[in-house]
Design a binder for this molecule. Sequence first.
Ligand SMILES: *Cc1c(COP(=O)(O)O)cnc(C)c1O
Length: 399
Amino acid sequence: MNNQNIAAMGQEYVMNTYGRQNFALERGKGSFVWDADGSRYLDLVAGIAVNNVGHCHPRVVDAIRRQADKLIHCSNLYWIENQVRLAKLIADHSCGEKVFFCNSGAEANEGAIKLARKWALKKYGHVRPGIISAVNSFHGRTFGALTATGQKKYQKDFNPLTPGFKHVNYNDIQALRDAADDTVAAVLLETLQGEGGVVPAAREYMSGVKALCEERGMLLIIDEVQTGLGRTGKLFGYEHYAIEPDVFTLAKGLGGGFPIGALVARGEAAAAFEPGDHASTFGGNPLATAAGEAALSVILDENLSGAAEEKGNYIRKKLARMKEKYPVIQDIRVWGLMVGIQLSVEGQAIVNRCLADFVIINCIQGNVLRLVPPLTISYEEIDQALAVIEKAVALEKTV
Ligand SMILES: *Cc1c(COP(=O)(O)O)cnc(C)c1O
């Protein structure tokens, strides 16, 4: 099938939940993807910050192939070697001690919310259901995660949402202090709001949040679904701050493209769940955790967090020069290979011009161009992409 056939059939049979481009991607290698008509694109979206190790990394492909030959799925009623090994690998390289595996970021956050409530019930001996999250946050589309997500546009048609949630302005410690009464079990935050426009937490804010959580007996849950796995120049976003969360969640980059999520906890929180409290049929299955172990090993062995940091610095310098030339660029926010370019205009026309030049980027919040390329992207590929973006931005001036 070609791009046109696939799009036509999709419009007929697939639910209309995405504003999709009119082509289908068929294969990928490193930083490149090919569509069904054979065109090649440089991919700076990477499955939305998923393909951190590049498309079809040979070690991930090999691990999936070998595992698919042995055992694809079995239940969590039995031990699974790959799952145990991946849990240890995550614990060895983070502040976490125990891991629960699931299949997506939303699901990991749902698990974190349940874990916090269970922890609070055990600790205080009574229900303490409150979860505080931030305005403009993004935590996923299932009901708990959607309620935690501080963006009305995603929530407005789906009331009633889940009780017990409060939202406070991000980077405003006083607002959090005011909201943190004794009904609150946990504070759920991103270290950098990805979907919310690539907006990082201030250093003092994050240490203030940690101190407040300790003072008021609340868990600190960090949503690392997008910032984790090397994306921001550290293995986990919380490492940029001198803090350790009680709980953090992972998904996007964890499986090298294979769907997998994880809930990671330490201390009392790690021991809160008991048999029967939480489960997932597919969570941590042999194939998913084979992919996860391979992808995380590549990130560690190839020091892709260090690479993300250096490449991010390179991009920051080049974008700073671009910003001087084009007043349409209002702000640039670069955290490793999580890059936001804030514009004074809508960004979609620039996204489309880049596509016409075979470079894939996307736009969030209407006016922020987001670049989240594979962490394996080469400097030459970065130069190519930035040249195309510059050309697209330059046209904006005259439009
Ligand atoms: C993408 C994302 C999610 C949701 O992950 P899904 O796998 O789409 O459910 C949650 N939190 C953050 C920070 C994300 O970027």
